[in-house]
Ligand binder design. Structure first.
Ligand SMILES: [Zn+2]
Length: 286
């Protein structure tokens, strides 16, 4: 089982109520840290990275409104690339979420709200849909972003690029694009192309019981091949899942925090304490 397969497995078990669900991060040291692009929606704050069962140090978090990528060389893409190059990110996940307000806002609403903030329509680009990357479908938006990342010239071809959708209420993750399967399919296409291009290599690797001469392996030209059968982006479906009352708590994070040496434990700052530190307490009632 590979990292994100283990993450999805643990996530589904946690959402189903398995208190022991978790990811053994030590088994996936070669796949960590992961780089994730999510929406800016504040409801994502308590979900990440706990719904992945990852420690904070294993999680490089990029955010923009609607987890949108508009171009294979966009500024978000540059940050994804540098997250891999500078911070050692091994796998990339674009994680959309249900009930995304960016996807629900119409162009008319956008212009009205900009206008209410004092930004006149004449100061906005002509094509607001293209400029802001607004979308109608959360899942298609993720798949489009994954496609941009997968084909970006500045993203390493061996970096798995996944597409996921998280239920903002339950925390349940769904696959939209399994980056491992995409890499496997690409490798199979390359292997097939090598065989087609190089008959010597193909016959050298053919097993002796096969009559190589009787086959017609060279009729297909590179570029004319059928896509490798199996999973592809267009097959993706979102599964509606029941919403449990409590967001899942994946054991690993809390457990590791409890066992972490005191020096490595991050300070826990409760919002109420923080507030009382920054603001004087209210006067006692008269
Ligand atoms: Zn959103």
């Amino acid at each position: 089982m590979r990292l994100f397969e283990a993450i999805l497995d643990a996530n589904h078990r946690a959402v189903a109520g398995d208190k022991n669900a978790g990811v053994r991060v030590a088994d996936f040291a070669d796949s960590l840290p992961v780089v994730a692009l999510t929406c800016i929606d504040p409801r994502m704050n308590p979900l990440m990275p706990s719904v992945l069962g990852l420690r904070e140090e294993d999680f490089i978090w990029l955010r923009n409104a609607g987890n949108i990528i508009t171009h294979s060389m966009s500024s978000t893409m540059r940050s994804l690339a540098l997250a891999c190059v500078v911070k050692g990110g091994k796998e990339i996940a674009v994680i959309g979420h249900t009930d995304c307000r960016v996807g629900q806002t119409t162009v008319l609403q956008l212009t009205e709200r900009f206008n209410a903030l004092g930004v006149n329509r004449s100061h906005l680009p002509d094509n607001l849909v293209e400029f802001f990357g607004v979308f109608a479908s959360e899942s298609q938006n993720v798949m489009k972003a994954v496609d941009f990342v997968r084909h970006s010239p500045i993203i390493g071809p061996k970096v798995p690029v996944h597409g996921l959708l998280v239920n903002i209420q339950s925390g349940r993750l769904e696959w939209l694009v399994n980056g491992y399967q995409e890499l496997d399919a690409a490798a199979a296409r390359i292997a097939e192309a090598v065989n087609v291009e190089n008959p010597t290599m193909q016959s050298a690797f053919a097993s002796p019981e096969h009559d190589v001469g009787a086959r017609k392996p060279f009729e297909t030209k590179v570029g004319e091949q059928e896509p490798v059968p199996g999973w592809s982006v267009k097959d993706a479906r979102i599964v509606e899942v029941p919403v449990p009352e409590e967001p899942p708590k994946i054991r690993l994070v809390e457990e590791q925090r409890a066992h972490a040496p005191a020096s490595k434990r991050p300070p826990v700052i409760s919002p109420s304490k923080n507030r009382s530190r920054r603001f004087p307490p209210p006067p006692p009632p008269a």
